[in-house]
Design a protein around this ligand. Structure first.
Ligand SMILES: NC(=O)c1ccc[n+]([C@@H]2O[C@H](COP(=O)([O-])OP(=O)(O)OC[C@H]3O[C@@H](n4cnc5c(N)ncnc54)[C@H](O)[C@@H]3O)[C@@H](O)[C@H]2O)c1
Ligand SMILES: O=P(O)(O)OC[C@H](O)CO
Length: 328
């Protein structure tokens, strides 16, 4: 793969669309694959992704197609921007893939796998990386300054993909701890639901700051137990994305928590949207994965219990506050 080669972006949600615009900005040909032919047709004609990214026109050079063969033909690199819960099924149906960058954040509910683990099972031996960080799609699409980590155990892929996708708008840092990046990216969405719930229930800013900080501690604990590095969690995919996602309702995960904290039901909130909140399916899956590793995650457990209607937000907070005293 060399700078300027074709990139295929798989998944035309907000993030896939923003990354396609960013990849064009960084140079070379880009194709964006949308699952539904009718949506690909409308996006091609209107030159905008009206459903997921309505304020960012699609550059004329961007090929939008529902034909995966066409999208992937000649691609030197694929960006997989399909939500975690659908990634396995989409991968099963794709033609052969070039080296991949996964852009999803989450844990697959049915199997407790992180996204790179899903890819490793459908495509054993394929070079792969993960991109993650504090990145709202609409800001990246607009070219506002942002940073992310691009992590892979393959040094050639991380060097070349960083060069291929990065630009003066999106500063990419190479990382060698893809597992830590995936743990952080999945868990921050769960923490954002907790932060939103605290604000929605009127528990105040102190509560939000406590949740974010204690979530950071439990994410680092899980990362280390799974064989990843604690300092990855202090970087863009962990602390950086917690700061962004827990800050307010621009985050879909925070806004889900906010609504739940105000007394709405998760099912009703999710049914009213056409976008994903990865933390909802990830919370119980991450908790189960942590349980298998013998790691306690009290914030994640509280979110899972509230989402499963086992506790109210206030009961969950009482449980968190009533835990035995311990050293920080
Ligand atoms: N939106 C962001 O700002 C942002 C930023 C960074 C990372 N991410 C991550 O990127 C991933 C994609 O999120 P998004 O925001 O682009 O999604 P989105 O909410 O904008 O769009 C939903 C996506 O899900 C797809 N989808 C829905 N049902 C499906 C099915 N049955 N099978 C396959 N695909 C289906 C749709 O085609 C669409 O691509 C998520 O893991 C998310 O956490 C999002
Ligand atoms: O809107 P959210 O909560 O899915 O967050 C989007 C990105 O992950 C922010 O980095």
């Amino acid at each position: 793969m060399s700078s300027g080669g074709k990139v295929a972006v798989i998944g035309a949600g907000a993030w896939g669309t923003a990354l396609a615009i960013q990849a064009l900005r960084a140079g070379g040909d880009v194709a964006l694959w949308a699952r539904e032919p009718s949506r690909a047709l409308v996006m091609r004609a209107m030159r905008v992704n009206a459903r997921h990214l309505p304020d960012s026109p699609l550059p004329d050079e961007l090929l939008v197609t529902a034909d995966a063969e066409q999208a992937l033909c000649g691609a030197r690199l694929a960006i997989l921007a399909v939500p975690t819960q659908f990634l396995g099924a989409v991968l099963d149906d794709l033609p052969p893939l070039p080296p991949c960058i996964i852009a999803a954040k989450g844990v697959e509910a049915a199997t407790l796998r992180f996204p790179l683990e899903i890819l490793a099972e459908t495509h054993p031996g394929l070079p792969a990386a993960i991109i993650s960080g504090p990145n709202f799609a609409h800001e990246v699409a607009q070219g506002l300054p942002a940073a992310a980590v691009l992590a892979s155990t393959d040094p050639d892929l991380r060097a070349e993909a960083t060069e291929r996708l990065g630009s003066a708008h999106l500063r990419l840092y190479a990382g060698a701890d893809p597992l830590g990046v995936q743990v952080a990216g999945a868990a921050k969405n769960v923490a954002a639901i907790a932060a939103g719930a605290a604000i929605g229930a009127g528990l105040g800013e102190n509560a939000r700051a406590a949740i974010v900080t204690r979530a950071l501690a439990e994410i680092a604990r899980l990362a280390v137990a799974l064989g990843a590095r604690a300092d990855t969690v202090a970087g863009l995919s962990g602390l950086g994305d917690l700061m962004l996602t827990c800050a307010g309702p621009t985050s879909r995960n925070f806004s889900l928590g906010l609504a739940i904290g105000r007394g709405e039901r998760m099912e009703d909130v999710l049914a009213s949207r056409n976008s994903v909140a990865e933390g909802a399916a990830t919370a119980p899956a991450l908790l189960a994965r942590a349980g298998k590793a013998g790691v306690e995650m009290p914030v994640c457990a509280a979110v899972a219990a509230v989402l499963q209607d086992e506790l109210t937000v206030r009961e969950a907070v009482e449980q968190l506050m009533g835990r035995p005293q311990k050293a920080e």
